[in-house]
Design a protein around this ligand. Sequence first.
Ligand code: GLA
Length: 367
Amino acid sequence: MARTSRIKQYHAPGRVNLIGEHTDYNAGFVMPIAIAMGCDIRVSAVKKPVLHLTSRQYPGEMIFPLEAIPAMKKTGAWVDYVLGVAKEIAALGMELQPMKLEINATVPTGSGLSSSAALEVSSALALLDGRHLSKLELARLCQRAERNFVGMPCGIMDQYASVHGEEHKAIMLDCRSVTHQLVPIPDGAQIVVANTMVKHELGSSAYRERVAQCQEALSHFPGKEALRDVTLGELERTASKIAEIPLARARHVILEDLRVENFLAAAGKSDLEAMGRLMVESHRSLQHDYEVSCEELDFLVDTALTIDGVFGSRMTGGGFGGCTVSLVAPEAAQRFESELAARYEARYALKPAIFRCTAAAGARRVA
Ligand code: GLA
């Protein structure tokens, strides 16, 4: 009897963070939405005991013997995200299955929209291929892959948002309890993402440095587990003992957590003006206290704020390039997009990709 090869397909979304930046690794609050763009993986069976990888974005084919994967060293290329996930699955005592993964990423790499988490989570679903892990375990496994194998000391936000995304809802995630509540996005708010199309090199080393500076600030508060536990008053009273840079980083983290809580309250009242103001405050804090913005991001935010119908705008994601997220009145969105694009292009001779976003569902099997 002829055997038909059954192809399955898994999808994991990228994310846009509305507010709460660089708070996740300080046990704080974040509020991302999953987006329609992400990563799709087609899974098919292969006869040999190998993992066969192809990517629509990167030419070539890669074939790894399954038995070699648990001991593999990182390669520095995109496959590390897949291999890191495979290693974590093997570390759980689950057997890796022979398969071919055809990867197609629709979220642009380096855009700050979590192309890495989308690749990790879709790889995990593909490699598990129906074997059950809880959503939280799935997110945590992918975070471990990035921290342990890729070597990026990231928080849980991106992987969590990719797994738990819900249509029309933002995810208010408490990164300490690692639980969330869903936040309806008020009518009258269009989320618009604008990509600077730049990615400055210092990104990953600066990220590591910020994580260390937060730890340094925290070391002045014995008995506290994370900057989440330090109040603004406590920070002010200890300020003279903390060096200027870690002090500024801690100020950002403490105030950003408060902003997320205020944003949640404002969203509950559909107070778009207040939500917008908090986004701008978040951006200024990331620009001046956390120092993870860049000229192009600041230009997009500053320009956005001069356009009618804009409630607020800020950089989103790790920083040093990537995207801004703006909250715009729906009737103003088209003019906003064309004016922002024209002014950015006139300044940087680069066409920014600008697109409207709605909150999308999380990772799943799609075929
Ligand atoms: C990156 C990390 C996240 C988070 C953001 C900044 O996206 O992967 O864990 O720290 O930066 O908010």
